[in-house]
Design a protein around this ligand. Structure first.
Ligand code: SAM
Length: 285
């Protein structure tokens, strides 16, 4: 069953009806271009068996495209005015759909798997840009059934997330995202597909879960603590950057050597595997 999609006229009409004044704090930029939402859905690789978690459905642009493709969409929207209008929009634009649709009015930064009516297999979202990285990492951590994610974020953030070790833009988001899966860039999106137009270009990022590392929250927190410490002072060697984390530079050096890492190296040269090994080294006395 095909859904009709929202174009500029429909977005404007919905915004007027709801009295929506898009807020920057909530990253409210609505897509009014059917090709863009089709590209996002195609790029996500989701199919008829998928239960999709969509964060920030807004006026429903991407939601409608998803409903034509997957078995169920669970939309998590923080803005109660937008959330309340979605079921009617779905009924109006996708009247013959077979996909189930639920909207959960909640903050995606703190939502838990238990708050959702079903376990999602894929995350597909045009994320609110100011909280894109924490939302993505939170959901990968809290919803272990998510096998893939395809998210639209600010282009710079997309580059950062997808960067591998060695480069200047490789940092905390790049390493943490790699803890959960393989991360890659999946295309660019211009500013003119949004209302209102954002000041920045956008990009798509894909995460394919690999389940290589523990999903025990305590183990993960230990690994993430070393990552945070390593990048807090980018220009320092690991030996001195990790002095606070380990208790002293000498103890940092001992743990680095035990993990097979050169203490003189900088954090940006290390991959997630190095950080996982380092976090596992028992503390000395
Ligand atoms: N998906 C829609 C589209 O493509 O047109 C809207 C995308 S807009 C960039 C981001 C959406 O996320 C807005 O609807 C906003 O209200 C919502 N949002 C912002 N912060 C949120 C949060 N913490 N949890 C859930 N939704 C949030």
């Amino acid at each position: 069953a095909h859904s009709r999609l929202l174009g500029p006229a429909q977005i404007r009409a919905l915004a007027t009806e709801l009295g929506v004044r898009p807020t920057k704090t909530l990253g409210q930029n609505f897509v009014h271009d059917a090709n863009t939402v089709r590209r996002i859905v195609a790029g996500s690789g989701v199919g008829a068996d998928d239960i999709v978690l969509e964060v920030g459905p807004g006026l429903g642009s991407l939601t409608l495209a998803l409903l034509g493709t997957v078995s169920r969409v669970i939309a998590v929207e923080i803005d109660p005015v937008l959330a309340a209008r979605l079921p009617a929009t779905v009924a109006e634009y996708a009247p013959t759909r077979s996909a189930a649709f639920d909207v959960v009015t909640a903050d995606a930064m703190t939502v838990r798997a238990d708050d959702l009516p079903a376990a999602p297999t894929a995350l597909v979202a045009n994320l609110p840009y100011n909280v894109a990285v924490p939302v993505l990492l939170h959901l990968l951590a809290r919803c272990p059934t998510l096998q893939t994610a395809l998210v639209m974020v600010q282009a710079e953030v997309a580059d950062r997330l997808a960067a591998g070790p060695g480069g200047r833009i490789y940092g905390v988001p790049s390493v943490k995202a790699r803890y959960f899966g393989e991360v890659s860039r999946a295309g660019a999106v211009g500013r003119n597909v949004f209302w209102p137009e954002p000041k920045v270009e956008s990009g798509l990022v894909r995460v394919q879960r690999h389940s290589r590392y523990s999903d025990d929250p305590e183990v993960r927190a230990k690994v993430f603590a070393v990552i945070d410490a390593a990048f807090a002072q980018r220009r320092k060697t690991m030996r001195s950057a990790l002095a606070g984390w380990a208790g002293s530079a000498a103890e940092a050096e001992r743990r680095l050597r035990a993990a097979g890492i050169d203490p003189q190296i900088r954090g940006e040269k290390l991959d997630v595997d190095d950080f996982v090994r380092l976090a596992q080294v028992p503390a000395g006395d």
